[in-house]
Design a protein around this ligand. Structure first.
Ligand code: AMP
Length: 179
């Protein structure tokens, strides 16, 4: 049966065994290359957003590609969530577990006033580890985040459901089976 965003799904390329054996890498560069597909992805992400948003927070690096156009579309600013050591000003950060070891994401400590309404965006949600850490970080910094949008969901990895259990309304455009 045809699904709502099958046209966008057809523009996403799968590269097997990247960056390591067993991973099916869902490559959005082919979606970005398509003028209509890119515009429609942003439009459909925007269409799912409820209420006023002050900032669209994109997760490094592919989340940035959707965050800024989405922010323009919503009349909001763009907040960069970056890997540790990349932002030039004073930061606050949040650690999250990886399969092996841990990682840290950061935002500028003075990025927003308390109570700012933030929408979280990334290209893809898998286990949800990154997005959940982003939600903890935004909340720790005093903003409100109750919506997150992703172009791609890998539902078998459970990230979207985990994010919902954190009180986030999650919208995704296309799903892929498996990992
Ligand atoms: P996770 O924290 O497990 O939800 O992983 C999400 C992050 O890893 C996103 O920023 C994605 O860009 C990237 N990612 C994870 N799995 C894949 C995959 N199969 N294909 C492309 N990107 C992925």
């Amino acid at each position: 049966m045809a699904e709502a965003n099958d046209d966008l799904k057809a523009l996403i390329r799968t590269i097997p065994d990247f960056p390591k054996a067993g991973i099916q890498f869902r490559d959005i560069t082919t979606l970005l290359l398509d003028a209509h597909g890119l515009a429609q992805a942003v439009e459909r992400l925007a269409g799912a957003v409820r209420g006023p948003i002050d900032l669209v927070a994109g997760i490094e690096a592919r989340g940035f590609l959707f965050a800024a156009p989405l922010a323009i579309r919503l009349g909001a600013g763009t907040l960069l969530i970056r890997k540790d050591g990349k932002l030039p000003g004073a930061t606050i950060g949040e650690d999250y577990a990886l399969e092996y070891g841990s990682d840290r994401i950061t935002i500028h400590a003075d990025a927003f006033a308390p109570g700012a309404r933030v929408l979280l965006v990334d290209d893809l949600i898998a286990t949800g580890g990154t997005a959940r850490a982003a939600v903890r970080l935004i909340r720790k910094a005093g903003a409100t985040v109750d919506q997150a949008t992703f172009v791609i969901d890998l539902p078998e990895l459970g990230g979207a459901d985990a994010l919902r259990s954190d009180g986030i309304d999650v919208v995704t455009l296309v799903t892929f089976a498996g990992h």
